[in-house]
Design a protein around this ligand. Structure first.
Ligand SMILES: *Cc1c(COP(=O)(O)O)cnc(C)c1O
Length: 464
């Protein structure tokens, strides 16, 4: 299996792709050709466990680069971190309507489903190659804690997470800063999320140039995260297609990783017919999917902060697929976006995709009303991101022939303020959170200055 870049024709192997962030030339990695999940494999997965789904998808996208035993260790290790025996269970909430619960991982958001297997895979490869891992991420929300949970305590890895001081929620901050593993360093940057991202980018570049270790970011463009997210879409599509109906998915979207993984699952043969992409008031994604044109605007703060994004990073991969794998055209569009803040999909983009797509933007008022209505009707407390997807599904014109799956990306306990605002009570607190507010916090604090952050990282290295 060879991989190419969205901006330039190249040929890389799986191990190289998994251990790097951006492709050479600044593009994103995608497979040269799509592997195929045949009907027999799908039928088999319909009755198998999540471990089997992870192994199958991993093997499909790595071919000769990783053996089955490696995938078994990665998959079995990863699922042990989840608190539900089905890992990604489907809860029925209406006739032919399902909620896909992706919040049973250690940090209670769907980010665990990509990062837990990725952490194990990278650890396996780093150990085999005798090369340490240096993981760095900037976070404004759930990625930081999910990254920490995936790499904590791994002898071969260090993980450093930058977050903007005072600008993440208390739950989100505590999920990161109450970590006790020695190989984890949290730094609160006295600045904005953009400062954190800029510093992370600069630090990653200089660490990579030193060439002493494998240097990686855990942000949404990482191919490994997408790969493992494809596994749950394949897993549920295999299960639900037994009913013989067409499948529609509603997905709350920010950087478009989760939704793109659904498109990839459909591309390789999972029977997913329709995608409902749900945005909050930051509606750039909804608009580009409705009109074919993206115009970046200033991000707004909403009740679903993980989706407060104006330029979704994985849109570049959709663009590449929509141009029929034309790297030159994709590169040109991305330059246009950088220089003019505007991007247009090719006129026939819909025909190039393996499923139909619609998109809706949902306001905070609608989000709260949906949380309230869902609670009244089903006794179920949903988080604001899940509510955005439920509201979008409600607006959708799909007819009754579909089996509808609404993807639930976070446990409501992560967003207690929004839940209280919607239904007047606090969400129940699951086990990993039980003593979150009693645990001691450990976090460095630093000015948004490259030299200062570098110094902090060097001084706190556990190995020296
Ligand atoms: C990250 C996140 C999203 C957005 O997912 P993308 O893959 O970036 O589109 C949605 N909901 C929650 C709870 C998240 O943490």
């Amino acid at each position: 299996m060879r991989y190419t870049s969205t901006r330039r024709e190249i040929a890389c192997g799986f191990r190289e792709v998994i251990a790097s962030g951006l492709a050479p030339g600044g593009g994103l990695y995608l497979p040269h050709h799509w592997p195929r999940l045949d009907a027999e494999a799908l039928a088999r997965l319909a009755t198998r466990t999540y471990v089997e789904a992870l192994m199958t998808v991993g093997a499909l996208f790595s071919a000769e680069d990783c053996d089955a035993e490696l995938w078994r260790r990665v998959a079995e290790g990863a699922v042990r971190a989840f608190r539900h025996p089905a890992v990604a269970p489907l809860a029925e909430f209406g006739p032919r309507q399902w909620l896909l619960e992706l919040f049973h991982g250690p940090t209670l958001s769907f980010k665990d489903y990509g990062l837990q297997p990725l952490g194990r895979l990278l650890d396996e490869l780093a150990t085999a190659e005798g090369r340490p891992l240096f993981i760095l991420g900037a976070t404004s929300g759930d990625t930081g804690s999910a990254g920490i949970a995936a790499f904590r305590g791994r002898a071969n890895a260090r993980i450093i997470i930058l977050h903007p001081a005072g600008r993440v929620s208390e739950v989100q901050r505590r999920q990161m800063t109450t970590e006790t593993a020695e190989n984890v360093l949290n730094i609160a940057i006295e600045g904005s999320f953009d400062d954190c991202q800029r510093l992370a980018k600069e630090l990653l570049a200089e660490r990579a140039a030193a060439n002493r270790e494998t240097v990686l970011s855990v942000n949404s463009i990482n191919w490994g995260r997408l790969l493992f997210q494809t596994a749950y879409h394949v897993f549920i599509a295999a299960r639900l297609s037994r009913h013989g109906r067409r499948l529609a998915l509603a997905i709350p979207s920010g950087n478009f990783g989760n939704a793109l993984a659904a498109i990839i699952a459909a591309r390789i043969g999972a029977p997913i017919a329709h995608l409902i992409v749900a945005s909050n008031a930051n509606d750039a994604l909804a608009r580009v999917l409705a009109t074919g044109v993206l115009e970046a605007q200033e991000p707004r703060t909403t009740l679903s902060p993980a989706m407060d994004i104006q330029v979704p990073s994985n849109l570049e991969r959709l663009l590449f697929m929509a141009t029929g794998a034309d790297a030159a055209a994709t590169a040109e569009c991305m330059t246009g976006l950088r220089e003019r803040g505007r991007l247009a999909l090719p006129a026939d983009w819909r025909e190039r995709l393996p499923l139909t797509i619609e998109a809706h933007a949902i306001s905070d008022e609608e989000t709260l009303a949906t949380m309230r209505e869902t609670y009244r009707r089903t006794d179920r407390i949903v988080d604001p991101h899940t509510a955005v997807a439920l509201a979008a599904a409600g607006r959708s014109g799909i007819a009754d022939e579909h089996e509808l799956v609404v993807v639930s990306t976070a446990h409501p306990a992560k967003f207690p303020d929004a839940v209280r605002k919607a239904i007047g009570i606090a969400p129940p607190v699951p086990a990993p959170f039980a003593d979150l507010f009693a645990r001691e916090e450990r976090c460095a604090r630093c000015a948004p200055d490259l030299a200062a952050v570098r110094h902090l990282i060097d001084c706190s290295s556990p190995a020296q």
